[in-house]
Design a protein around this ligand. Structure first.
Ligand code: BMA
Length: 325
C-alpha cells in the first residue's frame, strides 16, 4: 500500500446524528441514504432502529449537510407488514438514486421478511409519500441500488445475493423495474486472508464518472471475535457495468475512531449515501458508525480515481484466475 493522505477526512463534529438528536424514542440511527435536493438541501433517509429491534426510515434535512438537521417529528416510512408481509421485521439500509427519466427518486432497501432479508423498491417525488413496488430480489439479498439511467434500454440494479459459496455483487436488468433478469456476476469477494474475503457488498450507489461507474464497496473480514467492515473501490464500464475495469487491492477507509469501533455492532463503517458538491468533485460520504450513529467524511472524486489507478488491478487479469482455486 502506498502511504498517503487519507482519501476521506472525517468531520470534526462526528458523529453528526445520534439517538440523542431524535424527536421520538428509539434505539439508534445509522446507515442513511443521502441525496441533494434541487434547492441544495441535503436529505438523509436515516435507518432508525426502535426499541423492539425493528427498523424504519426517518428523514433529516440540513442546509449545509453538516448540522442544523430538521428531523421529521414522526417516522417517515414505516414497515407495512399488513400490505407488504416482507416488511414484517422492518426495513433497513436505504439507497437513493434520482432517476431523471421518471423525475422521481428510487429508494432500494432491505425488507426483512420471515424468509430472510430481500430487496424492495419504492419511488418518491418528495420523501413524504412513497409508491411501493414490493420485493424485486428475493431473500437472501441486500445492498442494492439502481443506476440512474437505462443501460442498452434496460434498468440496472446492483445487488448482493448470498450463497453458501460466498457473497458477491451482482447486476440484474429490467424493462419495467418490476421484472428482473439477465443476472450477471459483477464483483467477487476475494478469498483467504484478504480484507474483502468471502463477503462484500456495494455501499452507496455507484458514482458515474467519464471513466466508468465508481463503486465504494464494503468488505467484511471475519475474525475469531467479530467482523470488521471496511471500504474499498472498484470501477466498472459505463455501458457494460458488469465489467470491472479496475479494483483496489487495499481498503481505503476503515473503523478507527471510537464511535466507529464501539457501539451496538463494533468495527463498522457502513455508508449508504453521499452528496456531490456543485464543483462535481467534493463528495460528502454519510456512513453508519458501529450501527449506532451517522457520521460524515469528505473526499475528492478525482483523488479516489487517482488512488484506484495507483492501487488497483484489472479484474480480467491473472489476479482473478489465481483466486479461482
Ligand atoms: C450488514 C447490514 C448492515 C449493518 C452491518 C453491520 O449485514 O445488515 O445493516 O450495518 O451488517 O452490522
Amino acid at each position: 500500500m502506498i502511504l498517503q493522505d487519507p482519501l476521506f477526512v472525517r468531520h470534526a463534529g462526528n458523529p453528526i446524528l445520534t439517538a440523542n438528536d431524535w424527536p421520538y424514542s428509539m434505539n439508534s440511527v445509522f446507515n442513511a441514504g443521502a441525496t441533494l435536493l434541487p434547492d441544495g438541501t441535503t436529505l438523509l433517509l436515516c435507518r432508525v432502529e426502535d426499541r423492539r429491534g425493528l427498523s424504519h426510515f426517518c428523514v433529516a434535512r440540513s442546509a449545509n449537510g453538516v448540522d442544523g438537521w430538521q428531523i421529521d417529528r414522526t417516522p417517515t416510512l414505516l414497515p407495512d407488514p399488513d400490505k407488504y408481509p416482507e416488511e414484517l421485521w422492518g426495513i433497513e439500509d436505504p439507497r437513493i438514486t434520482f432517476i431523471p427519466e421518471l423525475k422521481q427518486y428510487a429508494v432500494t432497501y432491505t425488507s426483512y421478511s420471515r424468509g430472510g432479508p430481500g430487496v424492495s423498491l419504492a419511488l418518491t417525488k418528495d420523501f413524504r409519500s412513497f409508491e411501493r413496488l414490493g420485493v424485486i430480489m428475493s431473500p437472501d439479498d441486500k445492498d442494492a441500488a439502481l443506476l440512474p439511467r437505462r443501460i442498452n434500454g434496460l434498468w440496472a440494479l446492483i445487488h448482493r445475493p448470498m450463497t453458501l459459496l460466498g457473497t458477491h455483487i451482482w447486476i440484474s436488468f429490467s424493462p419495467d423495474l418490476r421484472h428482473w433478469g439477465g443476472h450477471k456476476l459483477m464483483l467477487e469477494a476475494r478469498r483467504g486472508a484478504w480484507w474483502d474475503a468471502n463477503r462484500i457488498g456495494m455501499s452507496p450507489p455507484p458514482i458515474e464518472t467519464p471513466g466508468g461507474w465508481l463503486m465504494i464497496y464494503h468488505g467484511v473480514r471475519r475474525t475469531p471475535s467479530s467482523s470488521i467492515y471496511r471500504l474499498g473501490l472498484a470501477i466498472f464500464a459505463l455501458e457494460q457495468p458488469e465489467k470491472c475495469l479496475n479494483r483496489g487491492d487495499s481498503w481505503m477507509f476503515a473503523p478507527e475512531e471510537d464511535y466507529e469501533r464501539r457501539g451496538d455492532v463494533q468495527d463498522v463503517v457502513f455508508p449508504c449515501g453521499y452528496t456531490i458538491a456543485p464543483d462535481g468533485d467534493t463528495i460528502n460520504l454519510y456512513y453508519g458508525a458501529a450501527d449506532s450513529s451517522v457520521a460524515l467524511a469528505t473526499g475528492s472524486i478525482r483523488k479516489l480515481l487517482a488512488w484506484l489507478t495507483a492501487n488497483g488491478h484489472s479484474e480480467q487479469s491473472e489476479d482473478r484466475r489465481k483466486r479461482q482455486s
